[in-house]
Structure formats: C-alpha cells, structure tokens
Design a protein around this ligand. Structure first.
Ligand code: ADP
Ligand code: MG
Length: 323
C-alpha cells in the first residue's frame, strides 16, 4: 500500500461523521468508549457489502460509502432506534486515495445527516469488502420487533418499492430509460434513504416493523411469520413510483415493487384501533406511507388482485443461497 495503514486511517477515518459528546474515546486506541444514555437499550446491527455481490464492480466509491452505512441505519430505523455510533471494517485491494476520498465522503455525509460518529474499525488488504456496524439506542422496552403483529393488524409500507431494483438494472444496462426517470431510479439504488425519523416516530404506534431489504413480499412474509400470522397483500395497493411506472408495464412495475430488493423502506403493522392515531400523528401525505394489506390467522402471504385472483411471481425476493 502506498499509504501506511496508520496514515490512511488518520486521513480518512479519524474525523468521519458527526462529533458526539458521548464518544469518550473514538478512533485511535484499541477500542472505543461510548456512553449509552441512562435507561436506554443498546441496539446493534452489522451488514457487509461485497464487491460483485452487493454492488457492481467499479461502482462509485461515494455510493459504496453511503450504502454501506445506509443499509445498517435502515436496520436501526426498523427497530425504532436512534443511531449514534458506527464501526467500519474495510478490506480493499490497494490504498487508492481517490477511491478512499470518495468512499469516506459518501459515508461521512450520511453519518453527519444522522449525527452518527465513526468510532473505530479495521483496515485490511484483500478483495473489496465493506462491513459496517451501527450502534444506537432506544428507550427500554420501546423497540419495534418483527414479532409484535396480530391477526387483523393493518400492513403498511413507506415510500415506493421496486425503484432500487430498477436502478440496479439501469446501472447494469439490463434496462434503458432516459431523463428524470433514469436519474431518479439510479439514485434510489446508489443513495438509498434510511427512514430513521419515521422509524422513531412509529414507536408506540406500530405493532411490528421490518425494513425492506430483500423485497417487499419476502420481508412482509418474514414479519408475518415472526408474528405467527399470515398476510394478505392487495396487489393494487402496492406503491409504484411515477418513474418506475413510466419505464415498464404496470404488471412489471408491481412485480418489481413486490420482489425487487434493497428499497430500505419500512414495512410495518398497526393494530386496527391505532390506525386513526397513526394517520393523525403522522399524516400519510406528509410521511409517505400507505396501507397494502392485513395480517391474518391463516398462514402464508397471498397477493390478491381486485377481482380476488391470487397473484404468483417467479421469485419472491433476493436470497443469496437460492439457486
Ligand atoms: P488494533 O491493531 O488494535 O486492532 P488498528 O491498528 O487496527 O488497531 O487500528 C487503529 C485504530 O484505528 C483503532 O482505534 C481502530 O478502531 C481504528 N481503525 C482502523 N481501521 C479503521 C477504519 N477503517 N475506520 C475507522 N477506524 C478504524
Ligand atoms: Mg486491526
């Protein structure tokens, strides 16, 4: 490596993200010292991005830095947690300064936006692989779990889904688009927005929550299973962005919205008696979410069209070990 490991950490990662008073000791010692607020529960998540698996080889380093943090922030959002600290294990073939500058800029901008401080990590050489751990907290007993749903609870999703899968297809030239739709969909893949503020606001309102990383259908199924229920999803209620709608047929858009991954939206349930409170406290037009179905006792998740036809899809989400 042209740059020594120490110089590299010092230059790119010592002051990465936000400064925080609760970081008693950050990058530089053998471990970081972090002060969790009294009465709070520590919330921890880790995710790894592997070149060629989670992003196309040659992807923009700014996007890789952003996504490596965003996917973890999204996990904290799903728990209703407030993120505070991050650790970064970075493996890369060489210390390419222009790559490192882009990566650190993408990571740091998102970290600052959510007041997250990079407090430590590990740097090694090898094939490009980025592992980020995020730590945050939630008031004791207040975290949203996948398992809290009950039959009759209304199923919701934030934003629109399928955009990121379309954006990846555009990046890989498997799909063509022009102008605004092209830029918007690529942005949704390259720079996903973790729904941190929304997750925190859902605490106490949602009975269960999961973030949409593998695809809406796959993740809604995980939530339903964890809650010991099944679910019905209304095919016509699945939200599709204007950009996606202009690019492919309505049926293709809905299929992508249900089975494309990496949206990092929140899929959550609300007990029927709390739906009024949800709509009042978090107006749907302001927070951008919609009801897409309901949990039910009968196991399995069905996607049902307006004429009661049960829809089937060739695959139901991304699984690394599926063949
Ligand atoms: P050790 O050998 O004790 O694990 P290192 O030499 O690997 O320590 O790291 C020195 C310091 O730099 C540690 O505080 C570590 O947390 C931090 N660090 C190493 N790599 C990174 C990185 N990619 N991002 C942030 N901090 C890092
Ligand atoms: Mg080390």
């Amino acid at each position: 490596m042209s740059l020594s490991e120490f110089a590299l950490i010092d230059r790119y990662f010592r002051d990465c993200g936000a400064g925080r008073a609760d970081v008693r000791l950050g990058v530089g010692d053998d471990a970081a010292l972090l002060q969790c607020p009294a009465g709070a529960t520590l919330v921890a998540a880790i995710d790894t991005l592997v070149a060629g698996v989670h992003f196309p080889p040659g992807s923009s380093p700014v996007s890789i830095g952003h996504r490596a943090l965003a996917v973890n922030l999204s996990d904290l959002a799903a728990m209703g947690a407030r993120p505070a600290w991050a650790l970064l294990a970075l493996t890369m073939p060489s210390a390419d300064e222009s790559w490192l500058g882009g990566f650190a800029a993408g990571f740091s901008a998102l970290a600052r936006a959510h007041s997250v401080c990079l407090v430590g990590g590990d740097t090694t050489s090898g094939p490009l692989c980025v592992s980020v751990q995020v730590l945050g907290h939630v008031p004791e007993g207040a975290a949203m779990l996948r398992s809290g749903g009950r039959p009759g609870d209304v199923l919701f999703v934030s934003g629109t889904t399928g955009d990121s899968a379309a954006g990846l297809a555009l990046e890989q030239r498997r799909l063509m688009a022009t102008g605004e739709a092209d830029a918007y969909l690529r942005q949704r893949f390259l720079f996903p927005t973790p729904r941190i503020a929304f997750g925190e606001r859902l605490r106490g309102l949602a009975s269960a929550c999961i973030d949409v990383s593998d695809g809406l259908l796959a993740d809604a199924t995980k939530l339903a299973q964890a809650s010991g229920c099944g679910a019905r999803i209304d095919y016509d209620a699945v939200p599709v962005s204007e950009a996606l709608a202009t690019m492919v047929s309505q049926a293709q858009a809905r299929e992508l919205a249900l089975t494309g991954g990496e949206d990092y939206e929140l899929c959550f349930t609300v007990a029927p008696g709390d739906v009024g409170k949800l709509r009042q406290t978090l107006p749907a037009d302001q927070w951008g979410y919609r009801a897409i179905g309901v949990l039910r006792e009968q196991g399995g998740v069905e996607v049902v069209a307006a004429d009661a036809t049960v829809m089937h899809f060739s695959h139901c989400g991304f699984d690394h070990f599926e063949h």
